[in-house]
Design a protein around this ligand. Structure first.
Ligand SMILES: [Zn+2]
Length: 228
């Protein structure tokens, strides 16, 4: 940019901030339109059961912070983001921070390409807060605002309890941030033998020690009634 243009931009910015150029919103206060009012419903983030369990394994195993990245493709037809693979970028992790290793990161990308992975799909950046609450902190939001050079990126934050949040940030052609639902496809709930026998016993002993008359006390006309 020439100095002349840069000067002009600066002057325009100053002009816009002058009180006599106050901007007055009219009509809607801005919010995303969804469902039948929108051109498409709000997209969501889809995990296969195996990938979601892999994510939960990393989250629940670690007391401290760490970073993960993911290959994600945008499924235009269904307006959803599909996670294809989780990857561990080189990073230095501590109790309250996890920073990408800037020297090793380009080498890691090279290595992924050699393995035949499409690094253009590296659109998911996830991190854990370990033992503390999972939320996008002011530092996280600053990173999202400043660190990405692509047109859109999905960010996730989680913690050891397995709580996770996801957001989509679009940088171009318009800047937008959307909180994303996380959907797990065909979750395979696997129960340990101990859980199975404990829960079976609990179910099977539901009438134990209750004479039928006692059991019916909590009912009025066949409906549940809490004791007065
Ligand atoms: Zn964070």
């Amino acid at each position: 940019m020439t100095n002349r243009i840069a000067d002009m931009c600066r002057r325009l910015m100053l002009d816009l901030r002058r009180p006599d150029k106050e901007i007055v919103p009219i009509g809607y206060s801005g919010s995303l339109l969804s469902h039948e009012q929108a051109v498409a419903d709000i997209p969501f983030l889809l995990f296969t059961d195996a990938l979601y369990r892999e994510l939960q394994f990393y989250l629940q195993e670690s007391d401290g912070e760490f970073q993960l990245m993911g290959l994600v493709h945008y499924d235009e037809e269904d307006n959803r983001f599909v996670v294809e693979e989780l990857l561990h970028p080189p990073h230095i992790a501590g109790v309250a921070n996890a920073d990408l290793d800037q020297d090793l990161f380009p080498l890691w990308l090279d290595q992924l390409e050699k393995e035949g992975k499409d690094i253009r799909l590296l659109r998911l950046q996830a991190h854990s807060h370990g033992l503390i609450d999972a939320y996008f902190s002011s530092v996280d939001i600053r990173t999202i605002r400043e660190a990405y050079a692509c047109d859109w990126m999905i960010s996730m934050v989680g913690n050891k309890k397995g709580f996770v949040l996801a957001r989509l940030d679009v940088f171009r052609p318009v800047a937008l941030s959307i909180s994303l639902s996380i959907v797990v496809e065909s979750p395979q709930f696997v129960f340990s033998p101990k859980e199975q026998s404990c829960w079976r016993n609990k179910r099977e002993s539901r009438m134990k020690g209750l004479p039928r008359a006692e059991a019916e006390k909590g009912e009025v006309n066949g409906k549940f009634s809490a004791p007065a």
